[in-house]
Design a protein around this ligand. Structure first.
Ligand code: URA
Length: 288
């Protein structure tokens, strides 16, 4: 008989089958279906850090879970294209290091040959607050870290105004590689990178997500509505509140829009406070 008789062999075989299935799902570009509703204890201490054990940080209390659960759920009108997409993503809640390992020296899309560095993400793996931008620019490509150029300096100020800091939140992009001449991400590039952003979201399990600019909002909320129609109110992505706001690069070009962006970020501070998460530092009270 070919069947393994040693229980350790059986376990190894099971793990390997599971790994293969998870890799298949990641390649299919499906966000992970969280295991089910998991109670999320309130961080009453307001430490600004999510102290839940990693395995307890998969789903927020209002998460519906289950097959057919839409990727994005809108909180109100003005939100287009909310199909019951298949769940997206890689393995639920794998640690970031594992996700980074799976990404490897990625050649899944046409951006690979021209990039200097893969820009994976930066910050606290247990951050309750996650920012998602568009794609690395020249500085990020050179240094391998998101938002380190001029737009990054503004993002740092926005985060600081909220009472947070770069090392206490988590920052990632829709694309991990720089599009040549900073052109917009192409649909096939977004598609190739999507499972990894999904896996980062699963790993960090943020309590609130802030999307910066159009590509992030459109991907996370499964819509093509303009940012001006989306920003200013919370949406949902698989139970996680999502606040779309302007991209810092846009704010550098249109400083008159900073007031609106700040009003979005203040709502985020309030939302976190409602669930018992205070920023590590005192937030500013007026526009930056
Ligand atoms: N713009 C982005 O969207 N992401 C970066 O990392 C840098 C600039």
């Amino acid at each position: 008989m070919d069947e393994p008789t040693d229980p350790r062999d059986e376990l190894r075989e099971l793990v390997s089958k599971l790994r293969a299935e998870l890799a298949r799902r990641a390649r299919a570009g499906a966000f992970a279906a969280p295991a089910g509703p998991t109670p999320r204890p309130v961080d009453a201490g307001g430490s600004g850090r999510d102290e839940r054990p990693h395995q307890d940080r998969q789903a927020p209390p209002d998460h519906k879970g289950g097959a057919g659960d839409s990727l994005a759920r809108d909180a109100g009108p003005g939100h287009a294209s909310l199909g019951d997409e298949p769940e997206m993503g890689a393995t639920p809640g794998r640690p970031l290091a594992e996700v980074r390992r799976e990404l490897g020296d990625c050649t899944r899309c046409k951006l690979a040959p021209s990039r200097q560095n893969i820009v994976f993400g930066v910050g606290d793996e247990r951050a309750p607050l996650m920012f998602i931008g568009e794609a690395p620019g020249r500085d990020e490509d050179r240094l391998g870290e998101p938002f380190v150029g001029k737009a990054g300096a503004l993002l740092d100020r926005m985060i600081a105004a909220m009472g947070w800091s770069r090392d206490r939140v988590y920052i990632a992009n829709v694309l991990k590689c720089r599009p040549p001449q900073n052109r917009d991400p192409a649909p096939d590039e977004i598609e190739a990178c999507k499972p990894f952003l999904a896996a980062q979201i699963d790993a960090v399990a943020p309590r609130v997500i802030v999307t910066l600019g159009k590509p992030a909002a459109h991907l996370i909320l499964d819509t093509s509505a303009p940012i001006s129609a989306l920003r200013g109110r919370f949406h949902q992505m698989r139970g996680v509140p999502v606040m779309p706001t302007f991209h810092p690069a846009f704010l550098l070009r249109s400083p008159d829009k900073k007031r609106e962006a700040w009003s979005d970020l203040k709502q985020v501070i309030e939302r976190l406070a409602q669930i018992g998460i205070d920023p590590p530092h005192r937030p500013k009270t007026s526009s930056t």
